[in-house]
Design a protein around this ligand. Sequence first.
Ligand code: GLU
Length: 376
Amino acid sequence: MSGLAEARRIVVKVGSALLVAADGAADSHWLHAFVSDVARLRARGQQVLVVSSGAVALGRKRLALSRRALTMPEKQAAAAAGQSALMRAWEEAFEPHGLTCAQVLLTRDDTEVRRRWLNARATVDTLLSLGVIPVINENDTVVTEEIRYGDNDRLAARVAQMIGADVLVLLSDVDGLYTADPRRDAGAEHIARVRRLTPEIEAMAGGANARAGVGTGGMATKLAAAKIASAAGCATVITIGHRPSPLAALEAGERATVIEASTTPAAAYKAWIAGSLAPAGALVVDDGAAAAVRKGRSLLAAGVRRIEGRFDKGDAVVILDEAGIEIARGLVRYEAEDAARICGLKSAAIEPALGYTAGPMVHADDLALGRLPDPG
Ligand code: GLU
């Protein structure tokens, strides 16, 4: 069971080896078949995000750069020329299905620096709610070596974490993890399900998936991605991507390795708020609001007595009762000055006071009660 049929949000990572044909151009045949696969999930009401490589490979052809190793600036130039070709190929594949896709180029900071993370998440969430399929890649043209994700497996895992996906599918040139390299060892056994990523399992990644000609990820990077996803509440499926409808094949029971999630996306997110963020300030709330927050409800401005500290929109804050006891932590939706201006105001009075409203002071989804252990 891949969990694909039940998933609400699915991230599918497509490697260069799948969508770039032997002649270096986009493989429109594969793309069209894959997109029908995505369209089927969409028709069932599931949200799909695609993390697509291929910019460098397509740009190499477009700029007539030979097969030799490219310098970093050449790679970045190839990515610039190839990314637009890549999106054209995706658009041409989605259009016949009446589906709209949108390009999202991320750098590591967009998923690791909280304020940028919140911003990227809001954009991707908005695209999904508009029924659009985000096609995500690393912004190779501007990132430097030190600040790259480097491989799209890891990028896909960070995206899965960011949007609270249930399943991450890594389409690969192997059908999953083996106890040894299946091309060298006849006794290598396929592993269908990994409940917990132990050091023994990680050690199996060595050599089991040699680098594909045009991609960068091997099995080790896939397991590193699975580790990020698992801690974020997302299961990872590693399966072969070359067949025309790999997602349908997966649902029909095709061979794959499923690495289970070690928590749920909501619990992982709350643990992150509770344990991993240094609070930038505090909101002191009245008894009614404290009771509501303890029940897991949103904290409304009306119940906030005063604020402490200087914080920005999206920062982590501590929620204190009037006796100064911490009852929760959460991400505040207003910067300190605005938060101070709306303390005690009913929701309908926020817009007249500020000229905008961002909803409750802290939304229930962004609240963590008590201190929870850091998921790592
Ligand atoms: N971002 C790179 C590209 O689009 C690929 C990185 C990877 O395949 O892991 O060409």
